[in-house]
Design a protein around this ligand. Structure first.
Ligand SMILES: [Zn+2]
Ligand SMILES: [Zn+2]
Length: 327
């Protein structure tokens, strides 16, 4: 089968690999779509993976080709990419994203930029017919965005500022609307991204009064901007992965103190019986409350991987969600 194998930083190759062999707790998934995450750009061009080579890709959906128990064969599925240890304190609470010893499809072990992958049954989310399979490949960002938005608590009637109008920001905006926010404003250094957000019914931030914010870029300037924009008593979720040191000026820090701002961290998503951002995501897509279709701007074949990665890395043209369509 064909896979995208990362052999080192700047060394991604279209490779041939043996078909995976399923263990008793796994099913064989024929991958249909796999999104390229911003974190994959970091992996390929800067940080690498935990060991080499690794098949990257953690945002994927497909069809179950083979199930030893024969229950899931033919079903459309998405995949929660985290494999918890089930032993640590966080796992005991069902807080798998904070597991101290986890594995991960597409970074610590082989992922979804492949024709096939063996996936543990526990990690499968079965999709109903109302969820287009390519949107199933976006359930990860949908879940991550929901998790981040939920951290803000009640946002009914509030003005929300989201920094970063990429896929997760635009999905967080849709969740915010669903949770009753009054208006959603965007801040982004890329004018085209702002225009895209406006087309989806959101606003460009222009010194409006902000009750709650989501920082989605991991850049100091953006965080500083959010802290300034927030009203006294405001709250902010820190979601963006920092690309370098995050530094705050004395005034930014005073903003936190004087306005008594509340800062929340968010990491990944909830995936347990009590809170399940993934299942909520499927339901919201099914109801039409979350609309992912306009976000998918580019589809590539695995063979076009150089083009696909360079588009995002070099920002060659406007894009939102870029994904591989794998036949
Ligand atoms: Zn991702
Ligand atoms: Zn654990």
């Amino acid at each position: 089968m064909k896979v995208l194998n990362l052999y080192g930083v700047n060394d991604l190759r279209l490779d041939e690999k043996d078909m995976p062999i399923c263990k008793a707790d796994e099913v064989l998934v024929k991958v249909k779509y796999c999104g390229i995450c911003g974190s994959d750009i970091q992996r390929v061009y800067a940080k690498g993976t935990y060991h080499f080579p690794t098949v990257i890709g953690h945002e994927f959906s497909g069809v179950v080709k083979y199930d030893t128990e024969n229950k899931l064969t033919g079903k459309k599925v998405a995949v929660f990419p985290l494999l918890p240890c089930f032993n640590c304190e966080s796992c005991e609470k069902g807080n798998y994203a904070s597991c101290s010893d986890y594995d991960y499809y597409g970074s610590r072990r082989d992922g979804g930029m492949a024709e096939y992958i063996a996936v543990k049954r526990w990690n499968l989310i079965v999709l109903n017919d109302s969820v287009p399979i390519e949107q199933g490949a976006m359930l990860e960002p949908v879940a991550v965005a929901r998790h981040a938005t939920m951290k803000l608590g009640n946002i009914q009637g509030m003005n929300i500022l989201i920094s970063g109008a990429g896929p997760i920001g635009l999905i967080a905006a849709q969740w915010s609307k669903l949770f009753g926010a009054k208006a959603i404003y965007f801040f982004d250094i890329d004018k085209q991204k702002i225009d895209f957000a406006k087309k989806m019914g959101f606003y460009e931030y222009n010194n409006d009064e902000i009750d709650a914010a989501i920082e989605g870029t991991g850049a100091s300037d953006a965080l500083s901007h959010c802290l300034k924009a927030l009203k006294a008593g405001g709250k902010i979720t820190l979601m963006g992965n920092p690309i370098r040191e995050i530094a705050l000026s004395q005034n930014d820090y005073w903003d936190i103190l004087r306005k008594e701002l509340q800062l929340f961290g968010t990491w990944n998503s909830s995936y347990n019986d009590t809170v399940n951002d993934w299942k909520e995501g499927v339901d919201a897509i099914t109801r039409g409350d979350i609309n992912l279709e306009p976000l998918i701007t580019h589809k590539y074949k695995l063979e076009q991987y150089k083009e696909a990665f360079e588009l995002m890395y070099k920002r060659k043209e406007f894009y939102n969600k870029v994904m591989f369509q794998i036949n």
